[in-house]
Write a protein that binds this ligand. Structure first.
Ligand code: NAD
Length: 310
């Protein structure tokens, strides 16, 4: 399979490496100069637990790619999705399947502007990965990935199931989902309750969970997610979500969520507009307000300004 990884940072490099090792014809795409230079000159360094590998995978700037591919995995951050899709148009043929595994909600609205709906595949992944530096990826947690065709139909399901097989053959534990929208909303709700709050409070998951305020704050955020998800025909249960989030925070403990890493540790822009911001925005479209998620979005953007993030 000819596969492009559009955004070859932490998670893109992990998927790219695994698909490449399984014998696929993989190219990485990115715009990060130091990363591209390092991968080109020294190879991609991959740390998988105790094991360290160096692998040569072709890497390109978006404006350098020309040949159509079978599958594209989108692994920019949410904010870079549209720009990347615009720039990689030459590699998107009439039968190229494009898979979004980005965290957050509303990505289909961006994808729709650049692709026929039949070529869109939505997903969610629990797999995690981090960058030790440009050209150097460190695998972290294991976990399930789910994929489903955006347009319902026998042919689209067949394509999605083929993609699932390609991923499993590469050791990426993947299921064909019959309701990926639910999984996407559920994960977004968890991230929406914990990511921005931990970033704003400058704490890890367990520290926030242990406060007397945590359950009330989480419930207010979750309630608005549940209300908007319902308008989008996705049923989340408020009590179940709150308990799941609190239990997960206790279990995962000292982990700082990605928004804390992006904003507080690396002073990088956050994906808040595709989490709490999306709920605030969508609620307006449905004629009600989501004040908690709106305030959280505004506070994160204020912190981005204070830290001169751009
Ligand atoms: P990352 O910042 O490490 O990688 C994103 C890469 O995309 C960067 O190298 C960046 O240079 C590149 N990029 C962004 N916009 C671009 C553009 N317009 N043109 C070219 N290159 C562009 O991010 P990540 O951690 O790999 O996360 C990617 C997505 O996966 C996010 O939505 C994230 O929430 C989600 N996710 C990440 C993890 C994880 O463990 N890292 C786990 C689950 C989901």
């Amino acid at each position: 399979m000819k596969i492009a990884i559009a955004g070859s940072g932490a998670l893109g490099s992990r998927f790219g490496y695994m698909l490449h090792q399984a014998g696929n014809d993989v190219i990485l795409i990115d715009k990060w100069k130091e990363h591209i230079n390092n991968v080109r000159t020294k190879g991609l360094i991959v740390e998988d637990g105790e094991d360290k590998h160096v692998v040569q995978i072709p890497i390109y700037y978006p404006n350098e790619v020309r040949d159509q591919v079978d599958i594209v995995f989108m692994f920019t951050k949410s904010m870079g999705l549209g720009e990347m899709l615009e720039d990689i148009q030459p590699i998107l043929g009439p039968h190229t399947s494009v898979i979004s595994l980005l965290n957050g909600i509303g990505h289909e609205d961006v994808l729709k502007n650049y692709l026929p709906l039949e070529n869109i595949f939505m997903g969610v992944t629990i797999l995690t990965s981090g960058l030790a530096g440009p050209g150097h990826v460190a695998f972290s947690g294991a976990g399930l990935t789910e994929i489903q065709n955006f347009v319902h139909g026998e042919e689209q399901e067949k394509i999605a199931r083929n993609i699932v097989q390609v991923m499993n053959e590469a050791g990426i534990n993947t299921n064909y989902s019959t309701d990926v929208k639910f999984s996407i909303w559920r994960k977004a709700c968890v991230n929406g309750a914990m990511n921005a709050t931990c970033a704003l409070l400058d704490c890890n998951l367990a520290e926030f969970e242990a406060t007397a305020q945590a359950e009330t704050v989480i419930r207010h955020i979750v309630r608005e997610f549940v209300k908007v998800a319902k308008e989008k025909d996705t049923l989340l249960d408020e009590d179940e979500m709150v308990q799941y989030i609190l239990e997960s925070a206790r279990k995962v403990g000292s982990h700082h969520p990605s928004m804390h890493q992006d904003l507080m540790q690396n002073h990088r822009p956050t994906e808040v507009d595709f989490l709490n911001g999306a709920v605030a925005r969508m609620s307006e479209g449905f004629g009600f307000d989501a004040p908690y998620n709106r305030l959280i979005t505004q506070l994160i953007h204020a912190k981005e300004e204070i830290l001169s993030v751009h």
